[in-house]
Design a binder for this molecule. Structure first.
Ligand SMILES: [Zn+2]
Length: 57
């Protein structure tokens, strides 16, 4: 079983159920794992978080 990447949720359109992750990936809710607080494994989301902490866009 392949290990799923866990993305960090950037925003969730609750009216459509569409989720946007910090790495830019979008999917319907449930199509990939997203999390607000737990460990994120997606490299793109991690990089985006790091950039935010560094005060960059
Ligand atoms: Zn991601």
């Amino acid at each position: 079983m392949a290990k799923e990447l866990v993305h960090e949720t950037k925003s969730k359109a609750f009216w459509s159920g569409r989720v946007t992750a910090w790495c830019g990936a979008t999917a319907k809710a449930g199509e990939y794992s997203t999390t607000w607080f737990a460990s994120v494994t997606c490299p793109g989301c991690k990089a985006a978080r790091k950039a935010r902490k560094a005060g960059k866009k």
